[in-house]
Design a protein around this ligand. Structure first.
Ligand code: PEP
Length: 256
């Protein structure tokens, strides 16, 4: 069994009004708010970050954002910054999600600026990488993942890397119900671990959690989470209901 503690992170995306978010977080805290065997993070939309953060107060569940701008402040209409997230006690931030890469044109260089800004502000980046279906079918999966990973981590030093979480999310598996096979997922996770070894050395690379994301749910999680280099999940659809999210946390706690 790996010494890395499993991490289950819920990406609520553009779902839940403040009232809906309050109801969901209340149910999650009631069920797993004292969970110590698994790290749990919830990432609500910006409009509910502060209220969800208050509801998490005193629990072991952490608060994450879904995005941020690399600058600390200034004329960036519609954006929010790392210091703003720290001020409401967020601990994590999802960066480089494939939806932001696809719909907002985020490049590796821009994602990298955000990673460095997050680290500077003691926020833990959840850096997302993953190939499209066309890229997988062209045999380019590992090349794409390598480019995104190396681009996203440019300038990150050995001391910082343990604070980073990587999420491998094959784009073709996100929200589609098509989950990567355990072999497909483990192959890419092991490849990512190997790249981390090259970049930061074996001891540091072994500390980094690599999450799988893409239609993970309670039924397929046990097999995925049992893989050597799969250290948790970044969960979209199944994080929108307390019952399935809590079940995923329970599954992660039970994996040996
Ligand atoms: C995600 O977008 O991060 C994700 C993994 O979504 P889903 O679980 O819905 O595939």
């Amino acid at each position: 069994m790996s010494s890395r503690k499993k991490l289950i992170a819920g990406n609520w995306k553009m779902n839940k009004t403040s009232a809906d978010a309050a109801a969901l977080v209340t149910d999650i805290v009631a069920a797993v708010g004292r969970q110590a065997d698994v790290d749990v993070v919830v990432c609500p939309p910006f409009t509910s970050l502060e209220s969800v953060g208050k509801a998490l107060d005193g629990s072991t569940v952490n608060l994450g954002a879904q995005n941020m701008h690399p600058e600390a402040s200034g004329a960036y209409t519609g954006e929010i910054s790392a210091p703003m997230l720290r001020a409401i006690f967020a601990t994590h931030v999802i960066l480089g999600h494939s939806e932001r890469r696809a719909y907002c044109g985020e490049t590796d260089a821009f994602v990298n600026k955000k990673v460095l800004a997050a680290l500077k502000n003691q926020l833990k980046p959840i850096l997302c990488v993953g190939e499209t279906l066309a890229e997988r079918e062209a045999g380019a999966t590992l090349k794409v993942v390598q480019t995104q990973l190396e681009g996203g981590l440019e300038g990150v030093n050995k001391e910082q890397v343990a604070s980073i979480v990587i999420a491998y999310e094959p784009v073709w598996a996100i929200g589609t119900g098509k989950v990567a096979t355990t072999e497909q997922a483990q192959e890419v996770h092991a490849f990512i671990r190997g790249l981390l070894v090259k970049l930061f050395g074996e001891p540091m690379a072994q500390k980094v959690r690599i999450l799988y994301g893409g239609s993970m749910k309670p039924s397929n999680a046990p097999e995925l989470l049992a893989q050597k280099d799969i250290d948790g999940g970044l969960i979209g659809g199944a994080s929108l209901e307390a019952r399935s999210f809590v079940e995923l946390v329970t599954v992660a706690a039970a994996v040996k």
